[in-house]
Design a protein around this ligand. Structure first.
Ligand code: FE2
Length: 291
């Protein structure tokens, strides 16, 4: 079953539950329909999480190094309730092979390995474009060569690293928006420029850029900039997506192991409520990978 349909139907079901509760369960037309109704509801209540930021393709960037590592991440995702993950390898000039054509093939191969290993995680292709190193060269690319979620040509995930508000940021964003993409800025809470002046994030938001939070930042020690900024943006409901940015199953290899990345999702629920987190990890995430 297509998850998107399931979710849409889930909303319908929830609405119907309310209506029926207001009236009476007996108002349902027949026993068969009642059973079907509850089955649909149960399935929809159990709609799984979708990770929108993961470096699962082995050996193509600083993410998973081996297939075994990637399979271990997949198993951890499933155990934590995920049903889908988007592979978002770094799009940097130093990784010249990370282009749409290859990413699509690698994700297909990884999906086959997951299927063979019995890991029930549906993978989608995507990428994380580093604006700093790809600007202005990306203006030479055709629109179809710019890596978007699911290669659907709608949502583009980008990052940059800066201590001051960089000159390329506004023109880079405007250029990609001019091509019709909706831009999503990865982990603003990690950027020193925003640690120094958190109000600058608003300048980017006012351009129509959506924000994606890295879950592990919510697990950083109290009082550290990543944690302060992520908590503030989350409590103010300014994020559109909450991802893990998984790089490895091994904490020793990755700066943050999967444990804190997944624990961060639970922490987000405590801070901002399960409903908002479901929006970020299911509703909006499905929009991004499917629309
Ligand atoms: Fe990333």
């Amino acid at each position: 079953m297509v998850i998107g349909n399931s979710l849409a139907r889930g909303r319908e079901c929830k609405l119907q539950i309310t209506n029926y509760q207001l009236q009476s369960p007996a108002c349902m037309p027949s026993l068969t329909l009642r059973v079907l109704f509850w089955e649909l509801c149960l399935e929809d209540v159990m709609a799984g999480l979708v990770d929108v930021h993961a470096h699962l393709i082995p050996g193509v960037d600083d993410g998973c190094l081996t297939l075994d590592d990637s399979l271990a991440c997949g198993r951890a995702f499933v155990k934590a309730g995920y049903v889908r993950a988007c592979c978002t390898p770094h799009i940097w000039p130093q990784f010249p092979a990370n282009v749409a054509r290859n990413i699509r093939r690698w994700v297909g191969e990884l999906q086959a390995a997951y299927d063979e290993a019995g890991i029930a995680l549906k993978l989608t292709a995507g990428g994380e474009i580093n604006l700093e190193s790809n600007w202005p060269a990306l203006r030479l690319l055709g629109r179809e060569e710019i890596v978007s979620y699911g290669f659907l040509g709608k949502y583009v995930l980008f990052d940059f690293w800066a201590e001051e508000f960089p000159d390329y940021l506004v023109p880079g964003i405007e250029y990609l928006q001019g091509l019709g993409f909706t831009l999503i800025m990865a982990h603003p809470e990690r950027l020193k420029v925003f640690h120094r002046n958190v109000d600058l994030i608003e300048r980017v938001e006012k351009m129509g850029v959506l924000l994606q939070c890295n879950s592990w930042c919510l697990m950083d020690p109290v009082g550290t900039p990543n944690r302060d900024v992520s908590e503030r943006l989350l409590k103010d409901r300014r994020y559109f997506l909450l991802g893990t940015d998984t790089h490895s199953s091994m904490a020793a290899h990755s700066s943050k192991g999967m444990k804190s990345r997944l624990a961060g999702i639970e922490r987000a629920r405590e801070l901002a409520g399960a409903g908002y987190v479901e929006e970020l990890t299911v509703g909006n995430a499905i929009k991004v990978v499917d629309e």
